[in-house]
Design a protein around this ligand. Structure first.
Ligand code: NIG
Ligand code: FE
Length: 392
């Protein structure tokens, strides 16, 4: 033990996501403790077995629950403006159309880097207050070489998980010339932006980019060293899921409209299916068949999709409540999907679980059990958050 470490003890319910140390898939330990130091988990176990000589700070959890910080693997936090009126119109009868993205493109292009960064910083802090310790963030509201590049640079100021969403929607100056836009993305945008991103993403959907255009963008990104992820099957059935599996994408996100063949392809492949029920809630869409995917053996992640159009929330607890109530995921499945599932979708082995050596990213609830996340919807239950071992 080291005197600069922190002992968090008196934890009523500790979710480790390590089934070798505790009960069930979540590896739940009761009356537990965690020792964190040097930014990582140093020890996990029952309070009765805290190693001799454990010194340093003590944080008495007071019979509360602790779980790994949420890994939100899908967000669009670099944007200008808001679309509250579009939301209000949708709630009174208008349909969601991908074209609303162009409103945000105009506002984003008009915003300064400092304004974009301040807005993202506000959202990252808001997410952290709800227990999120890792966020992925996409560009996609610039759709010019310069505006995509600066979107990525802004995002990189807040997270290492940056995604070039080069083909989100065809911008107004390319109206009616989708193939020309895709050619520009492949020839100019990806070469100019690839070193600012880890991932390449595309919106493969009717009204956005078809399967061949999407494949061209993703393959160009892969050739530039990026790993693909896909927005697919959000608004209707389509080829997004199959394309993601074909290319070995890390994740296909939304998956609201899936066929049996889509689910079979996901089960046979390595691609994570990321459900975003907040977006379905805020667009009055149907919900993904998460039950069918999990039962078929698909790895399912749960993310918030914070963006100004389809889902302006950073709250993973809200998404957990939706997943449990409306998608028939069990509370355990939903918590796993928002922690270990998110980590799997980002291909990270250092977050999403509380094992020795992993990042000390922890969320403490003002509740005795993680079950309260779904049981007490709409209540701010997050009492404390540690990121890299530091209390935020
Ligand atoms: O994940 N589906 C495409 N992109 C976003 C929505 C973007 C917007 O409407 O501004 C999403 O839902
Ligand atoms: Fe999205």
């Amino acid at each position: 033990m080291n005197s600069s470490w922190t002992v968090i003890d008196n934890i009523a319910t500790l979710v480790t996501n390590d089934p070798t140390v505790g009960d069930g898939t979540l590896g739940v330990l009761r009356d537990a403790a965690v020792v964190i130091g040097d930014g990582v988990v140093q020890w996990v176990g029952p309070c009765s077995a805290i190693p001799e000589g454990a010194a340093g700070d003590r944080h008495d959890a007071g019979g509360r629950a602790v779980l790994p910080g949420f890994v939100d693997s899908h967000s669009h936090m670099v944007f200008g403006g808001d679309r509250a009126e579009e939301f209000a119109a949708r709630m009174t009868g208008s349909e969601y159309k991908a074209g609303g993205i162009r409103t945000t493109i105009a506002a984003t292009r008009a915003a300064s880097d400092a304004e974009l960064s301040a807005n993202m910083g506000r959202l990252v802090a808001e997410a952290a207050a709800s227990g999120t310790t890792t966020v992925e963030c996409k560009s996609g509201y610039g759709q010019t070489v310069v505006d995509e590049r600066r979107s990525l640079d802004v995002a990189a100021g807040h997270t290492a998980e940056t995604t070039l969403l080069a083909a989100h929607v065809t911008p107004p100056e390319y109206a009616g010339r989708v193939d020309d836009y895709v050619a520009m993305v492949v020839d100019e945008m990806i070469p100019a932006c690839a070193d600012g991103a880890r991932w390449i993403d595309v919106f493969c959907e009717k009204g956005a980019f078809d399967v061949d255009q999407s494949r061209a963008v993703l393959q160009a990104g892969m050739a530039a060293g990026l790993t693909p992820r896909v927005h697919g099957n959000q608004l209707t059935y389509g080829a997004g899921v199959q394309l993601a599996v074909e290319l070995g994408a890390a994740s296909v996100d939304h998956v609201t409209y899936t066929t049996d063949a889509d689910i079979e392809a996901l089960a046979a492949g390595d691609t994570v299916a990321t459900v975003l029920p907040g977006a379905d809630f805020c667009t009055r869409n149907q919900y993904p068949n998460a039950r069918g995917m999990i039962d078929a053996g698909v790895t399912v992640a749960l993310a918030a999709d914070c963006n100004p159009g389809t889902c302006y929330t950073t709250s993973i607890p809200f998404c957990i409540a939706l997943a449990v109530r409306d998608m028939r995921m069990s509370p355990d499945e939903a918590v796993w999907a928002a922690t270990a599932g998110g980590a799997a979708s980002l291909r990270r082995t250092d977050i999403g679980a509380l094992r020795v050596g992993m990042r000390a990213d922890l969320t403490m609830l003002n509740a005795p059990s993680y079950l309260h996340l779904a049981y007490r919807p709409g209540v701010q239950l997050v009492g404390a958050v540690y990121k890299d071992g530091v209390l935020l």
